[in-house]
Design a protein around this ligand. Structure first.
Ligand code: 13P
Ligand code: SF4
Length: 303
């Protein structure tokens, strides 16, 4: 099928099933094009909870669809590719979180949404890279266990020196591999460009940035910054949306290695298959569901 044929078939199936298609900014360009909404993990969680559509097709990775299922158990939440996971989310497990709780009894457990439902269930509150600072500041606790991303954790910890942080040793394979040498090379090639970096990158890379923020914050920041050339230090999928929103500006990916293989698994054929069969469905059994949902709802209550 051509892109147009896929698009026509997806529109027809969407109407038939009363479905909404959500896509993360890291998805393949053609998947972003057929989505009803493209956004970062916080925006997509909010939308999943608020939309009246009974069927949600979540073009992203497992923890994102699982969060939607936690917030809306009455909806059919589909993840078009069942094994599209997030390796960082797999770096934290509920048993070890419980051990850390015993070791640091005064600490609040802040779980990045890039975690399993089982980990959310033993955490106090969730956060995304968009709201992590707000979430941490909202807590009365003087101590925080932040998991699983050590780079986002240390970026936030530096801004909240009054709290003591215990950082989980997790990382994103895609962002963590960016090096200072790569930054220096691309800056040399485009000396006039502003550098925008996702906080999942290593601290020494973030330290060189003109701006550090989540995918949504990077997209908004480009509109506020002087200049017309930007080096983007996050997954390559974001460039599609940036070019559409700011056609007069130029964007360079910090390194061609900024690709999340799991985010790239979803194709238009997978979206069609998911809509036709209403599979694979993501569900979370009790009691994990109710406990994990609380951590997500506490996060969503912070505006
Ligand atoms: P955002 O919270 O910016 O959407 O990022 C999610 C993610 O997986 C980053 O790698
Ligand atoms: Fe997970 Fe990194 Fe991919 Fe984001 S980019 S989904 S953190 S592996």
């Amino acid at each position: 099928m051509s892109q147009v044929q896929f698009s026509t078939e997806i529109q027809r199936l969407k109407k038939e099933k009363n479905a909404l298609i959500l896509a993360h900014t890291y998805q393949n360009d053609e998947v972003q094009e057929i989505a009803d909404f493209v956004g970062d993990s916080l925006e997509l969680s909010r939308l999943a909870a608020e939309t009246p559509h009974p069927v949600l097709v979540f073009c992203g990775v497992h923890f994102m669809a699982e969060s939607a299922a936690l917030l809306s158990p009455e909806k059919t939440v589909l993840l078009p590719v069942a094994d599209a996971g997030c390796p960082m989310a797999e770096m934290a497990d509920a048993e070890t979180v419980k051990e850390w709780r015993t070791k640091y009894p005064k600490a609040a457990v802040v779980a990045y949404v890039n975690t399993s439902a089982a980990v959310k269930a033993v955490s106090d509150i969730c956060c995304t890279s968009s709201n992590a600072l707000k979430v941490v500041r909202s807590l009365p606790h003087e101590e925080v266990i932040f998991l699983p991303d050590q780079n986002l954790g240390s970026y936030i910890a530096a801004q909240v020196p009054e709290k003591k942080f215990h950082l989980w040793p997790g990382f994103c394979r895609t962002h963590h591999q960016v090096t200072v040498e790569e930054v220096e090379r691309v800056k040399k090639a485009h000396p006039e460009a502003k550098l925008l970096i996702h906080p999942e990158c290593p601290p020494e890379v973030s330290a060189l940035a003109d701006y550090v923020g989540s995918t949504k914050q990077i997209v908004e920041q480009v509109g506020k910054m002087e200049g017309s050339t930007f080096i983007i230090g996050t997954e390559m999928g974001i460039i599609h949306g940036l070019k559409k929103r700011y056609p007069e500006k130029r964007f360079y990916l910090l390194t061609p290695r900024l690709i999340c293989p799991n985010m790239k698994k979803t194709t238009l054929q997978d979206v069609v298959n998911a809509l036709r069969t209403l599979q694979p469905v993501i569900t979370v059994p009790e009691p994990v569901r109710s406990q994990a949902r609380l951590s997500l709802e506490r996060m969503l209550a912070i505006k």
